[in-house]
Design a protein around this ligand. Sequence first.
Ligand SMILES: *Cc1c(COP(=O)(O)O)cnc(C)c1O
Length: 366
Amino acid sequence: MNLRLPGPIPVPNEILEAMAKPMINHRGPAYKEMLARITDRLKQVFQTTGDVYILTASGTGAMEATITNTLSPSDKVLCASIGGFGHRFAEIARIFGADVVMLNSAPGTSIKLDKLHSVLESDPAISAVLVTHNETSTGVTNDLEKIADIVKKEFNKLLLVDGISSVGSLPLQTDAWGCDVVATASQKGWMLPPGLAFISFSEKAWEANATSTMPKFYFDLSEYRSYFAKGQPPWTPAISQMFALDLALEEMMTQGLDNIYQQHAEIGKFTRDGLRTLGLTILPEESIASNSVTAVCVPDGIDVKNLLMQLDENHGVILAAGQDSLAEKIFRIGHMGRTTKGEIENVLNSLTSVLTNLGFNPAQSR
Ligand SMILES: *Cc1c(COP(=O)(O)O)cnc(C)c1O
């Protein structure tokens, strides 16, 4: 089976096996040591000297924690959304009572920096900006460094980042760029099963936290902070997942962050080049195309449900459909973690076969 979703991604055997270890006392010395080692390495991946906490949740839980730990009801916030996950970020903020201003970009495009600048300039009441670093629903990577320059250096707002499909896969410098909160989740580039989320928290985020009145309990990061001082989590952690995370981080440290980024850049380009050779079109333009997930336009006359079903049933290749308004228009190929060229070649060959079956001639369509 060739599981090529933008999460969950295949988990190496040794990491799966690490989860089969016997339980330990999460309030004992062995756990304390493991938590310290894991947190130290997570900070290296986030490129922060600030705080990083581990939540038992999927990525959406970390998005909720991001909002509820920094904002208060009726706070005015700007959500610069470029797709489905940007909209989810806005929806969470709205549900907890924030006054959300939207800056939407068309599917397949990135945040327009001049527009971001002018919205912030025209509305000084905005206190925080929500952005998705890598929009998994459209395969677009925003230029987070330039966004942060505007949000932080020019306007000094709180910058809250959904880095769920980028941290650990794509370059993201939490401190150097000035991201106040960055959220990510284990089933993306970390090569872990779903179930853990990681969240970084800056000094300015703690300042916001001091006056934040949105309701929170399970995700109350001040609890995580006070327990961390004792080497413990506030609630019972997902111990098996922590064993897996411990090993995954050790492997990531051995590989080296720069090599991980480089590998993603290469496999991303390899995927897009291969798709274009088949006569297919990538949704975003090359300069903003994501190196962790590729969104491919469905050729005219092809039924995407049928395409994905035949890839799965006849070739064991599992790709993701588009979401919402893109459901009939695109499909997505995940290439996070240790995706090999061989695995992408298998996707391309399978696509060629199924597309030909469905009446699309890959060779002649160019
Ligand atoms: C996967 C993903 C999410 C949602 O995470 P869940 O783990 O499914 O809750 C949010 N944002 C982005 C950018 C993602 O890739």
